[in-house]
Structures are given as C-alpha cells and as structure tokens.
Design a binder for this molecule. Structure first.
Ligand code: CO
Length: 491
C-alpha cells in the first residue's frame, strides 16, 4: 500500500482512511471471541449503530456517503460476553435496487441514476435510506433518516418490519428527524422521561413540528411553528423548557435538482457571511413565545447539550467556519483534510432578557460526534466525550481519538487510536448504581485501517487515558457510521 505517513508527518494514512468507506455487503451473526481485555460483567444491554453500509450499488459508486443504504449493527452484552449482528434496513428502495442490480433512485447528496439528464430530470422520488440513527423507544426499534418516516425493525433479529407511523402520529410522507433526545426527567410529566424530536417542512418559510412521547410510545405533545426562511436543520438541543434550533444561513436553489443535474443536498449553499438564526421554542404547547437570536456561529450540524441558568440558555455545539459544497463529479474520498475547516466546540449563551448572544470557543481541536451522560441531557453538566483529532493542531483531520472535556476545570483527557484507528460517535453508558457523572463506559467503533476491520472499544469514563477496558475485534469492517444509541434491554 502506498502509505504517506512518514513523508508528511500526519497522524493517519490517507489510503487506509479511504478504505473505511468500502461497502460492507455482508450480514453477520456471531459471538465476538477476539477480545483484548475484559468485557465488564455489569455491562448488560444493547448498543445499536446506524450508518451507510453500501457505498456502491452493484459496483457503481454512490456520490456521497450520506446517500448510502442504512445498515444497523447491534452489539448485545450479557454475562461478560458480546454478540454481534448486522442487517441492512430493508427499505423499499434497498430491496428494489438489490433485485435490479443497479441504481434506481436519485440520492439527496447527488447520487444520480445512470442515463444522464433524461433519466433524472423531474424525478423527485427520493430514496428513504434510513441510515442516520437508530433508537429503541416505546418497545420499538426505529431506524431514522431526517427526510422521511422511520423504519421499524425487530430488535433481536434486526429484521425490517416496515415503515412506522408512530401509531398514527405521522402521516404518510411526513418526515421525522434523526436526532431525538431523551429528557431524563420531564418537568411536564412529573419527572418521567420523555422522547423529544422534531420534523421540518422546508420552503420559503419552514414549519417546525415538535413531538414528545411517553416511555410507552404514546404521544404527549405535538405542536408546530412556522419560522421565516429556508431551513437546513439536522439536529437540535433541549432544556427542560425549550427546544433550540440553529437555522444555518443557507441558500437553496432547487432548479438544478428539478432539472436532474444535482442532488437536492447539492443545491444547499452555505452563506458563511450571514448570521445564524437561533430559534428558541417553548416545549409547553400553551406557551407561544418563540424567541429568535442572531449569532455568527458558522455551520452547525450537531449540538452536545443545552441548559438553562439564570436568565440564560447555553448551548454547546460543533461549528464549522465554512462548509464545502457537495459538487457534481467530485469524489468524497479524494479529501485534502488541510483544505477543510474543522468542527470546533463552542458555547453559545443566549440572554433571554436583552437578546444578546455571547459565544466562547471551548475546544480548538477538530472534533465531532459529542456525547454526555444521558442523565445530564438538558441540564448543566460537567463532562463531555467527543470524537477528536489525534493532535490539537486546530486544523481538520480524521477523528482518531476520544476526547474527554471537564467543563468545570477545563481539563482534557484523550485516548488516541492513531495512526491506524479512526473513531466514530462515542456513546456513554452509566455503570449500575453510578454516583459520579463520569462513572460509566464509553463505547465507540474504531475502524482499523491496518487490518481493514472494525473494533468496538470500551473505555473507562473516569480514566479515558488508560488502556481500553476491552477491545472487541470484529471479523470484518463496518463502514464509517453516523449515530446510534444504547438500551439496557437485552434481546
Ligand atoms: Co447527526
């Protein structure tokens, strides 16, 4: 392999990194027997992950990994053992394309059907790829993609059961975002947990609908608000009383999409010189006092957490100064990381009285995929865990490390898998009877470019820098994924 590490002193090998985007067409079931260290006996439950499993359709590369068919990976933990299973979400489009052996649908991020313009023009049938997140709530395992309805799967076998309308809450064709939060102690429900999510209907103005669900899956609250302007909103944040949206400043010119020249995602153009509108919507449907703030934030995909303190609401988010436009005829794997702006962690403090927003850089190194102790969602918190670059150069770089930040003292701890390892989103799992906020395990998938396989790393939340508690080596790789979740249920 043509390796470039020694020549330019990078912490990674670009050729190895690229192979993390190889398709994984196979579906596996096995007990993981290649374990370095020891799986904690008290770690009982299931980790679900979602992400694109296919980066090509019958040999034709897709244009962007966000267009890849969703594949669920499950790690079942019990009695100090772990069992692995992965299955593609059996979406209509996945099954049709598999049977046809060719691309039948256009992707949002530019994947086009073969046959050029004539075969793509005015074809607005988008492919529901269910590839972004997977949650277990109300007794249902749901694969999520923000532009369409969820797909329900059997949590044990991962067999696809079909599109799920959340017991009639969603209408056919209605979307549901891929970034729900669990409020651990909802003040509107006597401290019971509830699931909070949203949907966006973009246009010249954008309709945001908020949904809150009880642990049994029943809808508690649902209300809609119209905000001015086109919106491209992937994630949001919650506090006990608010949902917070960053309306990134983007232009949307749908003509190239309608004419079959570009994917819809390619027609979204970030306007870095314009401020972001931060929209605060009360969670209580009776309270219609929507507040809007303006801030120069850069582009935000993900929020780490938010909380209320005095007359302020603080939101911690990963912001990019600029965003590269997805271009037709480009190859997402031909990346020069140095040419791209890194994601950095900022705290935005909204003053509810005078409307002023204060912003503060919290972490200068390139980072993405934040996670916290789930008990702290929407509350002031101390510890944040996040995928990060191997070194704090302030420049863009693949995520190769898990960084722990102490928001109180500013202390940073890092465990790096460089030069061959590339991490995904970390997930925090509390230890049974935990008292301290960081008393838990950090679970993350690591792509090992040297062996072209993935491993699940279990790190000790109180000692990130120490050797992993366990490294569970899979027999194969899992392409770089997006989001996932943990449940204490064992299936
Ligand atoms: Co996301």
């Amino acid at each position: 392999m043509n390796q470039t590490l020694s020549t330019n002193k990078k912490s990674y090998y670009l050729d190895e990194w690229k192979r993390g985007y190889d398709s994984q067409p196979n579906e596996y079931d096995y007990e993981i027997d290649n374990v370095v260290g020891k799986i904690p006996l008290e770690l009982e439950g299931t980790l679900f992950r979602n992400g694109p499993g296919l980066l090509d359709i019958a040999g034709t590369p897709i244009h962007h990994p966000f267009d890849g068919d969703g594949m669920i990976s499950a790690f079942y933990f019990q009695h100090g053992k772990a069992y692995f299973r992965n299955r593609f979400v059996g979406t209509k489009a996945y099954l049709q394309e598999k049977a046809a052996g060719k691309i039948l649908y256009r992707g949002v991020f530019g994947t086009q059907k073969p046959g050029g313009l004539l075969n793509n023009i005015f074809d607005l049938k988008l492919k529901n790829i269910a590839n972004t997140n997977v949650i277990y709530w109300g007794g249902k395992l749901l694969a999520l993609w923000e532009a369409a309805e969820p797909y329900q799967l059997n949590p044990q076998t991962l067999a696809t059961l079909g599109i799920d309308y959340l017991d009639g809450v969603l209408q056919p064709g209605e979307s549901w975002a891929a970034h729900p939060w669990v409020d651990p102690h909802s003040v509107m429900d006597n401290g019971q947990p509830c699931l909070v999510n949203f949907s966006i209907k973009p246009g010249l103005s954008s309709k945001i609908t908020l949904f809150e669900f009880a642990p049994d899956g029943k809808i508690l609250r649902r209300h809609s608000h119209v905000i001015p302007g086109f919106s491209f909103i992937h994630d949001f944040a919650i506090t006990p009383h608010y949902c917070i949206f960053f309306q990134n400043s983007v232009n949307f010119n749908p003509l190239p999409f309608l004419f079959g020249l570009k994917g819809a995602g390619e027609c979204v153009e970030f306007q870095p010189k314009n401020p972001t509108r931060v929209v605060l919507i009360p969670r209580d449907p009776e309270n219609k006092q929507v507040k809007t703030f303006m801030v120069d934030s850069g582009f935000v995909f993900h929020h780490a957490n938010a909380f209320e303190t005095g007359n302020q609401v603080c939101i911690d988010s990963i912001a990019y100064a600029t965003l590269p436009q997805v271009q037709p005829n480009s190859d997402y794997k031909e990346v020069n990381f140095d040419d791209l702006d890194p994601g950095k962690l900022w705290r935005f403090s909204l003053n509810l009285e005078d409307g002023i927003v204060d912003r503060q850089l919290i972490e200068n190194s390139c980072c993405e995929f934040p996670t916290i102790n789930p008990e702290k969602v929407g509350r002031d918190y101390r510890y944040l865990f996040i995928g990060a670059a191997h070194e704090d150069t302030g420049r863009n770089s693949p995520l190769q490390a898990i960084l722990k930040l102490d928001m109180e003292t500013g202390e940073r701890q890092l465990y790096s898998f460089a030069p061959h390892g590339y991490v995904g989103e970390p997930i925090f799992v509390s230890k049974p009877n935990a008292v301290a906020e960081d008393e838990g395990w950090i679970l993350t998938l690591v792509y090992d470019g040297e062996h072209h396989r993935s491993s699940l790393a279990i790190l000790d939340g109180q000692n990130i820098e120490g050797e992993p508690v366990a490294l569970l080596h899979l027999k194969h790789h899992i392409p770089y994924g997006l989001h996932g979740s943990w449940t204490n249920e064992v299936f």
